[in-house]
Ligand binder design. Structure first.
Ligand code: HEC
Ligand SMILES: [Cu+2]
Length: 362
């Protein structure tokens, strides 16, 4: 009524809400009026003697049956919509939703895409499979009037069909720790064509091998666009918590990235890459950060580089052993993979990147 009705659920829930509210208002006003009337009509100044009434079967029956019907009707109004919300249409597409301290991650099994913003086509039923990797979270889309818990070790579900193109809020509705309030995300409802384009873009990104050649110009051996690229990702995703300048504190306990001391995993570019890929649990502080696997490996690498450039200290040298470890754990960091054109050794490229960052004179 006061909101844009963006789905059938929105209309259903709002209708149930207003029906129940209307019943309450009518009963409240009715009862208050009758009460006032009685107080007035039977005031002792008007009727000093009281008439005794032994009982009235007709009245008893009426005020038993009418409220019972009313209560059953209220139950029906809620239950009919609830049933609809639990019955997923056959043609629904599936998105796996994972809540983790403190971010939402989305996985599209059919396309094998991982992302941090949810994109769905308009007028397409979507089924969400709900997971949590740590504590209770609750996947809440207020515009659609749907909310469902994400329980560790269990799979929950809910579904919706968005009817209006637009961007909608996603909240976590279960207090899940210090940075619960920053656990925000968005649902983008787009037309079919934009959705296909989005999927295609994501797939191209994903299938693009991590190609250091693109960032480091093999001719001049200079950085090309890595830092700019990393900066953009940083400002859209990380700055909420670590602040634009890296000073931290946007979310409780998000560290100051410009300071030399107190790194849990480490300040090397390779360490930061690992932190972004695997997440981090800061046991000492009892805080931590979720993994950012929704960011493509290559962009993660770029962000790591940008983060290292924020520091007011010399980033520790990345050693060949570090690189060896990286390469073992993350084969995607390899160059090659069918790229046409000059290739560069990952080791050399990271060296160059680290050197370039130092020379930029942090
Ligand atoms: C939801 C808030 C939040 C977001 C978003 C976030 N971080 Fe963090 N980050 C934290 C918290 C909390 C910690 C752990 C506590 C601490 O600061 O040591 C942390 C720790 C780190 C660390 C420290 C690693 C170490 O060894 O100590 C790095 C590096 C880092 N984040 C980089 C990033 C980057 C890059 C992004 C963007 C892709 C990002 N963070 C996004 C909250 C966040
Ligand atoms: Cu949560």
């Amino acid at each position: 009524m006061f909101f844009l009705a963006v789905s059938e659920f929105t209309r259903d829930v709002d209708r149930a809400f207003w029906i129940i509210t209307a019943i309450c208002v009518v009963l409240f006003v009715g009862i208050a009026l009758v009460m006032g009337m009685f107080a007035f009509t039977y005031h002792r100044s008007k009727r000093p003697t009281i008439e005794q009434i032994a009982g009235n079967n007709t009245l008893e029956v009426i005020w038993t049956i009418l409220p019972t019907i009313l209560v059953f009707y209220i139950f029906y109004v809620g239950y009919a919509d609830f049933l609809n919300m639990r019955q997923v249409p056959e043609d629904a597409m599936v998105v796996e939703v994972t809540g983790k301290k403190w971010a939402w991650e989305y996985y599209y099994p059919e396309e094998d895409i991982m992302t941090n913003t949810l994109v769905v086509p308009v007028n397409q039923p979507v089924k969400f499979l709900l997971h949590s990797t740590d504590v209770l979270h609750s996947f809440y889309l207020p515009d659609f009037r749907v909310k469902e818990d994400c329980v560790p070790g269990r799979e929950g579900y809910m579904w919706l069909k968005a009817e209006v193109v637009g961007t909608y809020n996603i909240f976590c509705a279960e207090y899940c720790g210090q940075s619960h309030s920053t656990m925000l995300s968005e649902l983008e409802v787009v037309d079919q064509k934009s959705y296909k384009n989005w999927v295609r873009g994501k797939l191209e990104d994903k299938n693009q091998p991590v190609d250091l050649v693109k960032a480091v110009d093999p001719e001049s051996q200079e950085m090309v666009d890595l830092r700019e690229k990393g900066k953009k990702t940083y400002e859209t995703i990380c700055a909420v918590c670590h602040q634009k300048d890296g000073l931290g504190g946007g979310a409780v306990e998000a560290r100051n990235l410009t300071e030399k001391d107190g790194w849990v995993r480490g300040a090397k570019i390779s360490d930061i890459y690992v932190t972004l890929t695997e997440g981090l649990a800061d046991v000492k502080k009892g805080s931590g950060m979720a993994a950012f696997t929704g960011i493509q490996p290559w962009d993660r690498f770029a962000v790591a580089h940008y983060v290292a450039s924020l520091g007011k200290f010399d980033s520790p040298e990345v050693t060949p052993e570090d690189l060896e470890k990286l390469r073992d754990s993350y084969p995607t960091l390899e160059t090659g993979g069918g790229i046409v054109g000059p290739k560069m050794d990952v080791e050399k490229a990271i060296r160059l990147i680290a050197k370039e960052a130092r020379e930029a004179g942090r």
